[in-house]
Structures are given as structure tokens and as C-alpha cells.
Design a protein around this ligand. Structure first.
Ligand code: MG
Length: 170
């Protein structure tokens, strides 16, 4: 049915992007997209250091111009010390839902020299989809190395980028 004389769109669509980087150090756990990976090194972080979820939270917050993850989950707050980043993502989704929006789809890219992420991508999608409230087919996770270049190539760090689309039906 047409509303407002048909001049208003039926969907309110918003887009957001997020970026995060973490230093890798020996002996620390490596968590990416909610999955604990076998690795000699993991992320230096206040929370569990899930670089991809942090980028995803920033993308969601960015889509509604709500600020960034550091504002909601500061690394000076002991509540988030060692926190499972899936909890941070759930709390971020609460903010999105409070504003009446739902997730359309997400697209994540992770740059990491090792270990290979390809065998774990399905498990990662399974971990994120229910928190986002979308089917796994709406969660894209892509992994790349940096061909040995730069800090990623030297195994000193990991980067992640996320793009999200959210929508509200009128
Ligand atoms: Mg982070």
C-alpha cells in the first residue's frame, strides 16, 4: 500500500563500515568471528581481541551514526576485560534493534598471514548469523593474506574490515 502519496520509500536503508587492527603476540588466544583458532600467536587486547567482530560492531554503529565501539565498550572498563566479543556484538545489535532496524547483510574481510581461515569460515558464519538475526547466507566472510607484505605479512598483526546494511520497514 502506498504511504505518503507514494513519495516516501517503503524501506529506510542504512549502510556502515568498520575497521579494526590488533597486534599479534605469542602465547595469546586467537579468536576471529567468534571462533577460537589454533595458532601460536593471538591478539593483544582488553577483550578477547576478536578483530573481525570489532570491525563489525563499528560498522553497525556507523550505520546509525552512533559512534564507535570504544565509546560503548572502553578498554578502561573492567567489565570488558577478556570479554567474549560475541557479547559485545549482541549488545551492539540491541542498540540497532532499539532504533527499529534489522540487519540485511554483512560482508567481512580479514587480512591475516597465518593460520589459514578458509577451513573455519562456515563455523564463523554459524557463530555470527544468529546474533545478527540473519541466515548464514547473509553473512559473508572473506580471508586474505597480504602476500608477505607489511605488518600482516610479517605476522605482527591482523586487520579486519566490515560493511553492513541495515533496514527498517515503514
Ligand atoms: Mg579491537
Amino acid at each position: 500500500m502506498e504511504k505518503n502519496g507514494g513519495t516516501e520509500p517503503h524501506f529506510d536503508i542504512r549502510i556502515g563500515n568498520g575497521y579494526d587492527v590488533h597486534v599479534l603476540a605469542e602465547g595469546l588466544p586467537l579468536n576471529i568471528c567468534g571462533v577460537r583458532l589454533e595458532s601460536p600467536s593471538g591478539c593483544v587486547a582488553h577483550s578477547d581481541g576478536d578483530v573481525a567482530i570489532h570491525a563489525l560492531c563499528d560498522a553497525l554503529l556507523g550505520s546509525l551514526a552512533l559512534g564507535d565501539i570504544g565509546h560503548y565498550f572502553p578498554d578502561t572498563d573492567d567489565r570488558w576485560k577478556g570479554a567474549d566479543s560475541k557479547i559485545l556484538l549482541g549488545k551492539t545489535m540491541e542498540l540497532i534493534r532499539e532504533k527499529g532496524y534489522r540487519t540485511g547483510n554483512v560482508d567481512i574481510t580479514i587480512a591475516l598471514q597465518a593460520p589459514k581461515l578458509a577451513p573455519h569460515l562456515n563455523e564463523m558464519k554459524k557463530a555470527l548469523a544468529p546474533i545478527l538475526g540473519v541466515p548464514e547466507t547473509s553473512v559473508s566472510i572473506k580471508a586474505t593474506t597480504s602476500e608477505g607484505l607489511g605488518f600482516v605479512g610479517r605476522g605482527e598483526g591482523v586487520q579486519a574490515w566490515a560493511t553492513v546494511l541495515i533496514y527498517k520497514t515503514r
